[in-house]
Design a binder for this molecule. Structure first.
Ligand code: UDP
Length: 504
């Protein structure tokens, strides 16, 4: 019973708080937002999750599982006005939007404000919301919350280390006078020496054509929030959580790892978290069951990054040469022409039994939680990094873009659970990339360094396991993330008003 006897599925009069979640509908934002909403629901809050039609199927299985368990959760499906922003049909699914139309997609999202407000004011949506929790990429949520007269929290799935580094380079103008985007500068205001380049950490939406004003709005609206909710946990980075709260003069509620909401989900539910997996849960588990404990390396670069054909070949050859069993999420790599398709098919035949290739969506958390998995080659998207932490796994850090470089530094230099593969320049889609970024021998060496024996590897494994134990403790009764969820409900319950303490 996830509800623990509290709350009601219909959101009746005993509801203590009503949170309206407005996720950004990119999987890396949507998945942790839904998990966070369900965690609040499992402590008795009513949650309404705003979703657009093309994305409903991505969250439906998880939400249905929660409803069956008696959690008070509602999906609020609202269509985007695509025509108004000259977007094609289906363009509420960001995967179908070419990147030059992203500004239009974000403008179409902002048009949700009015229909959403109308919906929330209607009798059918009662009880009236007590708090809006909006992804930081929805600056229009400020007007929504103001108009509804309720407090507004900014939602992130990022570590406080990354948030603080990003905030400090901006507020202390660390890139001023630095002409070269790839020149490393020291992040100001930290005790630890951390170096980053403008290319690696430009700031949210900075440098993206068509997003100049939007980037300013995002910062302004974040600065005016009533607090921050993020998928991290206090014990992992106490100094950075405190440092970020102090810098923002805002309360920061760490509620992660939110993937641990699924500790009690069935394998099938887990295999449809974020998308229906391209492999059946039982087939995947059978394959893993046949492997030795901690022997398999899992390789995936998240929902956005796409590998360039030559890079796919190098990665494949590196994995083969490592000698370790592996699960490799090749997504749609074999659509990049005959050569890559043939390469993948031949590789698959050579490593039959030792290598499992997944074409499409992988049941990632299901895989990572299996005892046979011993390491993770990751792009260091924050969700993947947090899922590695929750599973107690060492990582090979292979960042591609956005916050991934800071997350990689955090995993390698702060947590000590990772090996850096040595990428220094961001690659967005790699489509135009002619050169291989990481050569096969580098892949092989990195995989061996997390999977083989030796003192350093043992030390990384020990740290990863220790961190996983802390993560588990954080979400259990008496833990920091658990306490923060309860505190959120207490702070934003009916009639609590908006008296939010600042830590300054
Ligand atoms: N994910 C998954 N299967 C896949 C790819 C991704 O389940 O094949 C999930 C993954 O577990 C994580 C999220 O999608 O929760 C990806 O978020 P992350 O921040 O790691 O990377 P992004 O996709 O935003 O680059």
């Amino acid at each position: 019973d996830l509800a623990g006897g509290r709350g009601t599925a219909n959101g009746g009069s005993d509801v203590k708080a009503h949170f309206v979640f407005i996720p950004l509908m990119f999987q890396g934002h949507l998945i942790p937002a839904v998990d966070t909403a369900l965690l609040l629901a499992s402590h008795g809050a009513l949650v309404s999750i705003v979703i657009t039609p093309s994305n409903t199927s991505r969250v439906r299985p998880t939400v249905d599982f929660a409803l069956k368990s008696g959690l008070p959760v509602r999906l609020v499906e609202l269509p985007l006005d695509l025509a108004a922003e000259l977007l094609p049909d289906g363009a509420d699914d960001v995967d179908k939007v070419p990147s030059d139309l992203w500004p239009n997609h974000f403008r179409a999202l902002a048009r949700l404000r009015e229909p959403l407000e109308r919906h929330l004011r209607a009798r059918a949506a009662r009880p009236y919301p007590t708090c809006v929790v909006a992804d930081f990429c929805h600056p229009w949520a400020r007007e929504l919350a103001a108009s509804l007269g309720v407090p507004r929290l900014c939602f992130f799935s990022m570590c406080a280390f990354c948030l603080l580094c990003q905030h400090n380079v901006e507020r202390f103008n660390a890139y001023d006078g630095v002409a070269d985007d790839h020149e490393l500068v020291v992040v100001p205001g930290l005790e630890k020496r951390v170096e980053v380049s403008r290319a690696q950490a430009p700031g949210f939406f900075r440098g993206l054509p068509g997003f100049e004003k939007f980037a300013d709005d995002v910062e302004q609206v974040l600065a005016e929030a009533d607090g921050i909710v993020t998928n991290s946990f206090l014990e992992m980075e106490p100094e950075y959580v405190a440092g970020y709260a102090e810098a923002r003069r805002m309360k920061v509620w760490t509620v992660g790892p939110v993937s641990l909401f699924h500790q009690r989900s069935s394998a099938t539910t887990l295999a449809s978290r974020g998308e229906t997996a391209a492999i059946a849960a039982d087939e995947c588990l059978r394959w893993l069951d046949g492997k030795e404990p901690s022997s398999v390396v899992y390789v995936s670069f998240g929902s956005v990054a796409h590998a360039e054909p030559k890079q796919v070949v190098e990665l494949g050859l590196g994995l083969e040469a490592s000698g370790h069993p592996f699960i490799w999420v090749v997504k749609n790599a074999d659509q990049h022409g005959e050569e890559v398709r043939d390469f993948i098919l031949e590789l698959e035949a050579r490593v039959a039994g030792r290598g499992l290739l997944i074409r499409g969506w992988a049941p990632q958390v299901l895989i990572l939680s299996h005892a046979a998995v011993g390491g993770f080659v990751t792009h260091c998207g924050w969700n993947s990094t947090m899922e590695a932490v929750a599973a107690g796994l060492p990582v090979v850090a292979w960042p591609h873009f956005s916050d991934q470089f800071l997350n990689a530094k955090f995993a390698v230099e702060v947590l000590g659970i990772g090996v850096d593969v040595g990428v220094i320049e961001p690659v967005m889609f790699q489509v135009d990339q002619r050169e291989v970024v990481v050569a096969r021998d580098v892949v092989e060496k990195a995989v061996r360094s997390i999977m083989d024996g030796g003192d350093e590897a043992e030390e990384r494994r020990r740290k990863a396991r220790e961190l996983a134990a802390k993560a588990r403790a954080a979400v259990e009764g008496g833990g920091s993330s658990h306490a923060n969820l309860l505190d959120l409900i207490e702070s934003f319950k009916v009639d609590a008003g908006c008296h939010i303490a600042t830590t300054a």
